[in-house]
Write a protein that binds this ligand. Structure first.
Ligand SMILES: [Zn+2]
Length: 470
């Protein structure tokens, strides 16, 4: 551990080592220490904090100069894990908070570190009420993060200029030989993916909650065919609370249907607005594309994006784009391998209109465009200007539309509007490939616009509106 290490970052160290170290180094109120450490290792990965840094800070704050940890006055008497509200002023110190358990002590510490690193508290079941210093933070810094590295905590969290060195020394004593970390672009950090030999960069935590090997309805244990596709879905569950956590539990319970009967259903990832949960290793098959032994099921890397009404759907889309691009990059898949559930069951009379919100709102081409930018070299999730329809601006529309002669995308034009409406209804924005004019009588000239997917628009006569040629 170094002072330049990132506070937000992948999980380092583990609870068992931290507990053993505390027990061997004078820790008091040991059952609360154990609860504190276990809670840190449970919640920190869900909100993107590196638990090793959190524990190192607590050991520094509650330790003494003889190497003992969790034995300070404020820990023993109040379960204060990190000097929260201890300013050095006697009156303020005495007025500081008293915690009743190691669990809520950990939640306070994590919540306050989220303010320092993100300027906001969400995920992991945490909210503003867990941070007893929330009002003091906002008064001092507003809703802005002020710390990326451990070094940034010196002179802010701790007044002592050697504060960061103190934290790092405790971290190295407790967890020798950790890999160092550095803050990434847009707070991206490296996460392990089951079934993938390399770690990937993501803007939100990826948590593995892998279905057990014997649960064959969800995890048949068939090797996924290569190279494969990305298969994008939406959960279609807009209930409040229907986030990635809920879907992980649902899959552990066998993906029951409306009558409670188990179904042969599964997918690799669930993504919501604050994290990603992996359910199945990506080198194994999942049952999600409704194409039987077809390429969607047998070679797809499948992703359900949550559309819960209490989530931020725009953020969930950007998280999904980041995951899709990172996985495609790691697997060597180019953008033409990024598909929808809809693309794999064309023959089905009940063809799945999925991902429904992305298709209905016209966002799908933006999703593809954003993923392509990330695959081809971008390091941050693009945020396109959102105009009409949602997520698709005129620049992206013009790219997708292409050009034939002088015919190209013109915002608000009759042909362009017809094309846009077709795309919103079908989730497909095909490219213009040919324009033909036919003089069908001395007085009628018909124009035909042909698109890459076989769609043809026409004007039955030169005064009629543009329509789809059936
Ligand atoms: Zn689907």
């Amino acid at each position: 551990m170094k002072t330049t290490d990132s506070i937000l970052g992948p999980v380092r160290g583990n609870a068992a080592d931290a507990i053993a170290y505390a027990k061997a180094h004078g820790a008091q109120r040991i059952s609360d220490v154990i609860d504190y450490i276990k809670t840190v290792y449970s919640i920190a990965p869900q909100v993107g904090l590196d638990p090793a840094v959190v524990i190192a800070q607590a050991m520094h704050e509650t330790g003494d100069d003889k190497g003992n940890v969790f034995n300070s006055y404020w820990w023993v008497n109040r379960l204060n894990p990190a000097g929260l509200g201890i300013t050095g002023d006697k009156t303020q110190n005495n007025a500081s908070h008293t915690w009743t358990s190691g669990v809520i002590s950990a939640k306070s510490h994590l919540a306050h570190l989220l303010m320092y690193t993100k300027g906001t508290i969400s995920g992991g079941g945490l909210n503003n009420t867990h941070d007893v210093r929330y009002d003091a933070y906002v008064a001092a810094y507003g809703n802005k993060p002020i710390a990326k590295t451990i070094a940034d905590l010196a002179t802010t969290w701790g007044t002592d200029p050697s504060y960061a060195t103190g934290v790092v020394n405790r971290g190295n004593a407790c967890f020798p030989n950790l890999e160092n970390t550095t803050p990434g672009d847009e707070s991206m950090t490296l996460y392990s993916v089951a079934g993938l030999p390399v770690k990937i960069n993501l803007p939100v935590p990826l948590i593995q909650r892998i279905i057990p090997v014997g649960q064959t309805n969800q995890r048949p244990g068939i090797a996924r065919a290569l190279p494969g596709y990305w298969v994008q879905h939406e959960t279609a569950n807009t209930n409040a609370g229907a986030d990635a956590d809920m879907h992980a539990t649902y899959m552990f319970n066998g993906c029951p249907d409306a009558n409670g009967n188990p179904t042969q259903t599964s997918w690799h990832f669930s993504v919501d607005d604050h994290h990603i949960i992996q359910h199945i290793p990506i080198n194994e098959v999942t049952w999600q594309a409704a194409d039987g032994g077809g390429p969607g099921n047998m070679s797809g890397v499948s992703c359900e994006m949550c559309v819960n009404s209490d989530g931020n759907e725009s953020q969930a889309r950007h998280n999904t784009e980041a995951l899709c691009a990172a996985i495609c990059k790691a697997l060597g898949l180019s953008i033409d391998r990024v598909k929808r559930h809809y693309d794999f069951n064309a023959a089905d009379p009940n063809r799945h209109h999925c991902p429904d919100h992305m298709m209905s709102s016209g966002y799908w081409p933006t999703f593809v465009s954003n993923v392509n930018k990330l695959i081809t070299g971008g390091t941050t999730v693009p945020t396109s200007s959102v105009t009409y329809p949602e997520g698709m601006d005129a620049g992206i529309a013009a790219n997708l539309f292409g050009a034939v002669g002088t015919w190209k995308y013109a915002e608000g034009g009759a042909l362009s509007s017809a094309w846009l409406n077709y795309g919103k209804a079908n989730g497909v924005f095909p490219r213009l490939v040919n324009v033909k004019q036919a003089v069908d009588s001395p007085t009628i000239t018909r124009t035909y616009w042909q698109f890459s997917n076989g769609l043809t628009f026409w004007r039955p006569n030169d005064k009629a509106a543009i329509a789809i040629l059936k």
